[in-house]
Design a binder for this molecule. Structure first.
Ligand code: B3K
Ligand code: ZN
Length: 877
């Protein structure tokens, strides 16, 4: 087994050489693509020239035009090393690769009929030998040659500077990108597409040609992405002062792609899932994500491309910041509360889980074996929360001043997270020394708040304590800077300002702000008329777990009266969670009290955003509940609790749900926020109605699931039919598949709905679906739809008999050689094996051990399995 060795952040060394210019000439062929790379190198430090290269066949090598024989360099399966070279010289390298055999989808590969690339993080080394590291910035010129008929479009980064015909039916195009960039931002695409063109005039008066390339026949499904792109360009100018810097911006949608999308300079490559959208085939959720991913990749042009990372340990420098930017973009354009709730749920359902797992890492990791394993919810989403805390502490204006300084200082450079924080600190009157710990410490901090009111003295005392549990390799945690946004209310629901403490300020969000810095602290307030009800951690102002024991009466008050929408939602979540936990503790059914039910009915009737109502009526998932049981997780009791709470709510509120459902118009064509909100609420009502009255709603659900025109409605009904196992379920599944067999993105939904189902037949069903003619392990979207969905369906994955484990182990084994990145994403639920009962622990561990024995175990899996099996408490360092 060839083991990949670990790299440490502290070992960073600048390279001996830099590459000033690159000219790539790529002769595209399905099986034997030839790459001629001409590099202009310049020495920066003493040492040999060490080029990275993997899965390449070296055909020729010349230094300043002189061919080098094999004994003048060292060649391994990972590197090409030249010892004896001048300080400045030209290096010509000719290599050959086989794109058709590339099922890992990293480097140059074929997606359907098109050639495309994915170079981040370390894929460029699968195209040619190179200094494949983000701190080497070069100016790229790229000439592509390919068969004219099969590949009419030849695209690469920058501006098109030449094109022409050859006499053998082939043609060529030369692209030049004036902005120096690291190799991970290189891209090429060759294929036959439908093309959508538009223009955008920047605030700097640059006329930018916008082009979207999609598979033939899909042009009408590209317009939403194009409109989103223009909105993103304008938003970035208005809110951040960043304008686009090339005359062309191209987006290509491909079907085979490991992730969401890639921000290659001037030539984004996208998973078609985040480009193609029309009402008939995409859900409202899809539209929202198309806009946010289009925005995300566009925003990288400044945060990632113009200012890039010095090394991959700094990934959050560009990802945390860019996620924050895309979240703000979505929030400025749509409902801020709805987007915030979405982000909070990602943190609680996935990031907290990662923080509690053997792969826990700080947002800026210290040790990496396979970089692809670190494109995580921690680096991305917790990274964005860290940026958001800075924003909370500095305010919008202070934050933007810091951003401008960051740009002035570092435009055109490859920098570190420290450089970012330093710019924020210089631009503002603030000391961020302690705040920096968010970059180095892993784990989810826990904050405890105790409230004491002395009615006689009219004083209020608040006690705070924070603690971060140990994570692998980090046993002692220091206290963090934790911004706590809060609002206090009187018992009649009036807002009260807590005054008299210098440590509390009024924040621009409307909440009050207290910054907890120490491991424990106390705040006192005099002249407080009555004991207030305090909503803490408003807007999830820090990525922490909060323990502030609230009574249900207090939560009901916040649900009904809180000014901030997110706080109302949070109160509902806490009410549900309390019920669920009580049920789990007694291994019984969950029940809601009469006053709780009344408070919820009031919400349904209140004049608030229907999208918020829909979210309030989305109960915490089994996965969220699992977070509260770090050992010996009581899966059966959790299942009983969540299913019984669903039913209790459904049965108690039939009347209110019926009324709401009937009052909401169904406007399938409308994409406004309001129409989306109505659909979301209708879907929630129908979910509960079909649960309470399956016979009565069977026909309605079947009709909606099969009536074409609006995929939100269709998919929603399909999910209800399958989830509740309505009489119509099988028939509806069959007909839905017939309707959509030629639309891959819709078929993904069909697979996912079945894998997500909570009922016991799911494992068997997923097993059967592996043999479905539309299923393929080579298509990541399909694998994620069926198997990532299943792996996140904790109750079914952990089914007692171990059948879920066996199923996923078998798939990971196959993907280990086929596509290690995808395999590695699927292993997540095995990582937490220590959290379950002895029997499950044994089975999960056995699967891990068997996977570890695979003859050609990929480093992606090797790294995760080794950390999962490490003795508890053993250091990862
Ligand atoms: N930067 C890419 C992710 C690349 C992942 C490589 N395994 C997409 C994004 O975050 O925008
Ligand atoms: Zn990104």
């Amino acid at each position: 087994m060839s083991k990949k060795s670990a790299k440490y952040r502290s070992d960073y060394r600048a390279p001996a050489f830099t590459i000033v210019k690159v000219h790539l000439s790529i002769d595209l062929d399905d099986h034997a693509t030839r790459v001629h790379s001409q590099l202009q190198l310049k020495r920066q430090h003493p040492g040999a020239l060490e080029l990275d290269g993997e899965h390449l066949e070296l055909l020729e090598l010349a230094v300043d035009g002189q061919t080098r024989s094999a004994d003048s360099y060292q060649l391994t399966d990972k590197q090409l090393i030249l010892n004896d070279v001048p300080d400045e010289f030209t290096l010509d390298i000719i290599t050959q690769v086989n794109p058709s055999a590339n099922s890992a989808l990293e480097g140059l590969y074929k997606s359907g009929g098109a050639f495309c690339t994915q170079c981040e993080a370390e894929g460029f080394r699968r195209i040619t030998y190179y200094l494949d590291r983000p701190d080497v910035l070069a100016v790229f010129t790229t000439t592509l040659t390919a068969d004219r008929e099969q590949y009419p479009y030849l695209l690469s980064n920058g501006n098109l500077i030449a094109e022409g015909e050859q006499d053998n039916g082939r043609h060529y195009a030369t692209w030049h990108d004036p902005h120096p960039k690291p190799a991970y931002l290189f891209a090429l695409v060759a294929g036959d597409f439908d093309r959508l063109e538009d223009h955008y005039r920047t605030v700097e008066d640059r006329d930018v040609r916008l082009e979207l390339f999609v598979d033939k026949g899909n042009l009408s499904r590209a317009t939403y992405a194009m409109e989103s792109l223009k909105r993103a360009m304008q938003w970035d100018e208005e809110r951040f002062g960043f304008a686009y810097d090339l005359d062309r911006y191209m987006v290509v949608a491909v079907e085979f792609f490991n992730m969401g999308a890639m921000e290659n300079k001037g030539l984004n490559i996208f998973n078609s899932k985040y480009v193609l959208a029309d009402q008939a085939t995409a859900t409202d959720w899809d539209f929202v994500h198309v806009e946010s991913v289009i925005g995300h990749e566009y925003f990288h042009n400044w945060t990632g491309n113009r200012i890039t990372c010095r090394d991959w340990f700094q990934l959050s420098l560009k990802e945390g910041l860019t996620v924050f930017r895309d979240q703000e973009f979505s929030s400025d354009l749509g409902s801020r509360a709805v987007h915030r709730i979405d982000a909070i749920r990602v943190m609680r359902s996935f990031q907290f889980n990662e923080d509690a797992s053997p792969m826990a890492h700080p947002i800026r990791p210290d040790k990496v074996i396979e970089m692809n394993n670190f494109y995580t919810v921690t680096v991305y989403n917790k990274g964005a929360e860290v940026i958001r805390m800075l924003h909370t502490l500095l305010g919008e204006q202070g934050f933007q001043t810091g951003m401008q300084l960051y740009r002035e200082r570092h435009d055109g450079q490859a920098v570190t997270c420290e450089d970012f924080v330093a710019a924020m600190e210089t631009a503002n009157p603030v000391d961020l020394q302690q705040f920096r710990r968010w970059y180095s410490q892993a784990g989810t901090p826990e904050v405890r708040i105790k409230q004491n009111y002395d009615a006689e003295q009219r004083t209020l005392t608040l006690n705070f304590a924070q603690r971060t549990p140990a994570t692998p390799g980090q046993t002692d945690k220091a206290p963090l800077t934790i911004p706590l946004l809060f609002s206090a209310y009187s018992t009649t629901g009036q807002r009260i300002l807590l005054k008299g403490s210098e440590q509390v300020s009024e924040h621009e969000s409307g909440s009050q702000l207290y910054v907890l810095n120490d491991s424990s602290a106390t705040l006192s307030f005099d002249n407080v008329e009555e004991e207030p009800v305090i909503a803490w951690l408003e807007n999830f102002s820090a990525p922490v777990k909060l323990h502030a024991s609230m009574t249900t009466a207090e939560l009901e008050l916040l649900l009904g009266h809180a000014e901030q929408e997110v706080t109302r939602w949070e109160a509902a979540q806490q009410i549900y969670l309390t019920c669920l936990q009580q049920a789990v503790n007694v291994k019984g059914s969950a029940e809601l009290s009469e006053t709780q039910l009344q408070a919820l009915v009031k919400v349904l009737k209140a004049p608030i955003d229907n999208a918020l109502k829909a979210l309030i009526f989305t109960l915490p998932s089994a996965e969220e509940l699992l977070e509260y049981y770090p050992t010996d997780a009581p899966l059966d009791a959790i299942e009983q609790a969540v299913t019984s709470l669903d039913r209790a709510l459904a049965e108690a509120l039939v009347g209110a749900f019926t009324e709401t459902y009937n009052a909401l118009d169904d406007q399938p064509e409308d994409l406004s926020g309001e129409a989306m909100a109505d659909r979301a609420l209708r879907q929630r009502c129908l979910y509960f109605l079909a649960l309470a009255q399956p016979q009565q709603y069977d026909a309605e659900v079947a009709r909606l699931a099969l009536q074409q025109g609006n995929m939100t409605v269709q998919r929603g009904a399909l999910e209800i039919a399958v989830q509740h196992q309505l009489p119509c379920a099988e028939q509806v599944l069959e007909e839905f598949a017939e309707q959509w067999q030629d639309t891959p993105l819709v078929m993904d939904k069909w697979f996912a709905v079945q894998a997500n189902a909570l009922h016991e037949k799911t494992v068997e069903r997923v097993n059967d679906l592996l043999d479905h003619p539309a299923f393929s392990l080579r298509n990541p979207n399909r694998v994620y739809a069926l198997l990532a969905s299943f792996s996140r369906n904790s109750l079914r994955f952990h089914q007692q008999d171990g059948s879920g484990y066996k199923l996923l182990q078998r798939i990971i084994t196959q993907l280990n050689t086929l596509n290690p990145q995808v395999a590695s994403r699927l292993i997540t639920p095995f990582m937490q094996w220590r959290r379950f009962d002895t029997r499950r622990q044994e089975m999960l561990k056995e699967s891990l051990l068997q996977l570890q024995q695979l003859a050609d175990l990929a480093p992606d899996l090797d790294e995760k399995i080794a950390s999962a099996l490490e003795q508890k408490g053993e250091s990862q360092q």
